[in-house]
Design a protein around this ligand. Structure first.
Ligand code: PLP
Length: 377
């Protein structure tokens, strides 16, 4: 049997990983500023993480959501504490798309409505409604097409007000990334997020903060939406949550009341997933990784802004986009193959930095030096 060939691959096999470095099968070392797509939050093979998962695996790896799993309560308490959302409720699932799918479903159960407002450049996942709320017609199959999703220009306050004027009490939810990732590191403005909050309040619509990529401490606050100083009704999270172990979740404001069977999943919140997520939060807390992400991110952004030849540097903390001119189409490839540095990308020509939150200044300097050379071609 062959693999279903959907991923364009770099011809590199990673056989070892530690902290912010990975090694290929030939023993070549790389600096990892991609974090396997914003997933590696506390660094590869962190000893506490490895121990917590190993210990858990030796006790019980999985049992279903039909029994008590105190690790879930422990995780909810710790997540409330680290994120500051103490009075929210946690539902655990397995991926970012599933988190968004559940958030949208929950919103619709809550107010009985169907219309979802999403934004140009948004990416919310590949499952049915999440993909319909994603601004990429190429990945929306005919069966996913729906009139229930309306796309508005990003950060356009007038367009948002007009949409609420037009659809008013039909609007179920507004879903927005704090910083668009796939869309090229585009931050939702503070005024825009505040307006979403006030319009959702006025019309009883649900404000869903997609924090799958921009959340979990990446920008220096636990949820990047919180820079706006207003709270969302539901925050969705995934990537950094398990440092590579598939675990995702949504946190849900107190006004939403659960009933048995409302949401559910077989694997969500299993013992191993909870152990992984707890290990991540323990390290984030113990090593003060939010502050580190803010500090090292500020340093990188400041230094990058000093480099000539870049179109724009965007982002916050360790979620950084470097937009390059069309005349420099090969920088990402050169960084990987010549300079041995993994980075992410976004269309048309944006380099995305999504490293582990414990990236240090020496790593940042290594990147800046190599990047300056790569820019010269
Ligand atoms: C903002 C955002 N939401 C949702 C998703 C979907 O997450 P997953 O691939 O885990 O389904 C992604 C993935 O890149 C994302 O960046």
């Amino acid at each position: 049997m062959n693999l279903f060939d959907v991923y364009p691959l770099n011809n590199i096999e990673i056989t070892k990983a530690l902290g912010s470095n990975v090694w290929d099968a030939e023993g070549q070392k790389y600096l990892d500023l991609y974090g396997g797509h914003a997933v590696i939050s506390i660094g590869h093979t962190h000893p506490h993480y490895v121990k917590r998962l190993t210990d858990q695996l030796n006790k019980v790896g999985f049992y279903s959501n039909s029994v008590l799993i105190p690790l879930q309560n422990e995780l909810a308490t710790k997540l409330g504490q680290v994120s500051g959302k103490v009075d929210y409720q946690l539902f655990l699932c397995n991926s970012g798309a599933e988190a968004n799918e559940n958030a949208l479903k929950l919103a619709s159960f809550y107010n009985g409505r169907k219309k979802v407002l999403s934004f140009k450049g948004a990416f919310h996942g590949r499952t049915s409604l999440a993909v319909s709320a994603t601004d990429n017609p190429k990945i929306i199959a005919p069966v996913n097409e729906t009139d229930n999703v309306v796309f508005l220009p990003h950060n356009d306050e007038e367009a948002l007000k007009q949409a609420f004027d037009a659809y008013g009490n039909e609007i179920c939810a507004v879903i927005i990334e704090g910083i668009q990732g796939v869309g090229g590191i585009k931050e939702a403005s503070i005024e825009f997020l505040k307006l979403i909050r006030s319009l959702c309040d006025r019309y009883n619509a649900v404000y869903i903060a997609d924090s799958v990529q921009c959340g979990y401490g990446r920008t220096g606050l636990f949820y990047s939406h919180d820079y706006a100083g207003v709270e969302a009704d539901v925050y969705t999270m995934a990537k950094g949550m398990g440092n590579g172990f598939p675990v995702a979740g949504i946190i849900i404001a107190p006004k939403f009341k659960p009933w048995h069977g409302m949401l559910g999943t077989t694997f969500g919140g299993n013992h191993l997933a909870c152990a992984a997520a707890l290990a991540v939060l323990e390290i984030i807390e113990q090593d003060n990784l939010l502050a580190n992400a803010a500090e090292v991110g500020d340093y990188l952004i400041t230094e990058l802004k000093r480099i000539e030849g870049i179109k724009e540097v965007r982002g916050r903390g360790l979620m950084i986009g470097i937009e390059l001119p069309e005349s420099l189409p090969n920088v990402k490839k050169d960084l990987l193959f010549k300079h041995k540095i993994f980075t992410g990308e976004a269309k048309p020509n944006v380099i995305r930095l999504l490293p582990a939150l414990n990236l240090n200044i020496a790593h940042a300097d290594q990147f800046l030096n190599e990047f300056k050379i790569a820019l010269k071609g």
